[in-house]
Design a protein around this ligand. Structure first.
Ligand code: 3PG
Ligand code: MG
Length: 400
């Protein structure tokens, strides 16, 4: 893709104050970062800036403190993990604007990295308030956005700043946009999308957009039950949004008109309770008893999806197949993830996956590293797949 925005190749950062928007919204267990994927993702940008002699000032949000200072949502807890990932000291300032921030930045020397406190402690952040964005802009000479996963938010630090300072995409932002445009921009066909997860209602826009773009749409997870129900299949006590049967039928009709083949599970692994190691059996989807629920795809569905992948050139994946967090209902997701990984390793498939659950599922299958690209984003990845413009990306392009 030829970027419609400027990158770090287009600027001399030596000695300058670079305000870098990163996504440090990492999962924690107490004071411990449990998944450092997002920290590793921004490391190339931060190392490059440090090596080129910038004074790197990090802006980020953490949790949803709703415009008020809340010490339980301080970014201070992330500093140690960030230092470990970058293998360099990271300073911390107790506020992202005002005297505290300005004084800490004034003390920096080229190559230093400083993290400012949670931008969402100020109401102006989420409101994209011009006065607040001006305050942030005063702290830097240039702006780098390396937070694709926050680019669906039109906030001061993700959008407003790009309109106030010379703005550049960071390396992680570039890599995300590049991988995503390869997968859905002008992809090699056939293209397969796997969309799973519990509910159709949260992914209506996604399904509607994808049927017009991909050759095969594999519907997985709980939402497949709604489509089966809409076709008149008895699904027992399975998770299902019965009131969305008409919507499901409309999506199927739209797909047929667009020449997109919808792939629904042909069989399932059934149980009477939602519990790890619950007694279970495999049966065709037409044979679910009134007191049973579908908790995963069965071997026939796994084989059918694998065959679709065998014939494909491009895969985009969001959402697991079954209740992958409880055994043995992880088998479908694991088997299909491994198939996709094997085809990718063999150079036969370009595979892109994203979304929190999906990344967890791929990690569980041990294959996240084998996919062509795994997005760090949850909501932003979805909105991008939905065909929506991401304000953070749009602002970068607009200022180029
Ligand atoms: C995320 O964790 O998905 C991003 O950092 C965005 O966070 P938000 O959903 O609170 O805006
Ligand atoms: Mg989120």
């Amino acid at each position: 893709m030829t970027a419609a925005f400027k990158t770090l190749d287009d600027v001399d950062v030596a000695g300058k104050r670079a305000l870098v928007r990163v996504d440090l919204n990492v999962p924690m267990d107490g004071d411990r970062v449990t998944d450092d994927t997002r920290l590793r993702a921004i490391a190339p940008t931060l190392r490059e800036l440090a090596q080129k002699g910038a004074r790197t000032v990090l802006l980020a949000h953490f949790g949803r403190p709703k415009g008020k200072r809340d010490d339980s949502q301080s970014l201070k807890v992330v500093v140690a993990a960030l230092e470990k990932t970058l293998m360099q000291d990271v300073g911390f300032a107790d506020d992202c604007v005002g005297e505290t921030a300005a004084a800490a930045i004034a003390r920096m020397t080229p190559g230093d990295v400083l993290l400012l406190e949670n931008t969402r402690f100020h109401p102006g952040e989420e409101k994209n308030d011009p006065a607040f964005a001006d305050e942030l802009a005063r702290l830097g000479d240039l702006y780098v956005n390396d937070a694709f996963s926050a680019a669906h938010r039109a906030h001061a630090s993700t959008e407003g700043l790009a309109r106030r300072l010379p703005a550049y995409a960071g390396r992680s932002m570039q890599a995300e946009l590049d991988a995503l445009s390869k997968a859905l921009g002008a992809p090699e066909r056939p293209v397969v999308a796997v969309v799973g997860g519990a509910k159709v209602s949260t992914k209506l826009d996604l399904l509607g957009n994808l049927v017009g773009k991909v050759d095969h749409l594999v519907i997985a997870g709980g939402m497949a039950n709604t489509f089966l129900f809409a076709e008149g299949v008895d699904i027992g006590t399975s998770l299902c949004e019965k009131d969305l049967a008409d919507t499901a039928r409309a999506i199927v009709a739209k797909a047929a008109a667009a020449g997109c083949a919808i792939v629904l599970p042909s069989d399932g692994r059934l149980a009477k309770e939602f519990k790890a190691n619950a007694a279970n059996r495999v049966a065709p989807v037409g044979e679910v008893a009134a007191d049973e629920m579908i908790l995963d795809v069965g071997p026939d569905a796994i084989a059918k999806v694998s065959a679709v992948l065998e014939g494909a050139k491009t895969l985009v994946w969001n959402g697991p197949f079954g209740a992958f967090e409880i055994e043995p209902f992880d088998q479908g997701t694991v088997a299909i993830a491994r198939k996709a990984a094997e085809l990718t390793r063999a150079g036969r498939l370009l595979s892109v996956a994203g979304g929190g659950d999906t990344v967890a599922a791929l990690n569980h299958a041990g294959v996240a590293g084998d996919f062509t690209y795994v997005s760090t984003a949850g909501g932003a990845f979805l909105e991008w797949l939905e065909g929506k413009e991401l304000p953070g990306v749009a602002a970068l392009s607009a200022t180029s």
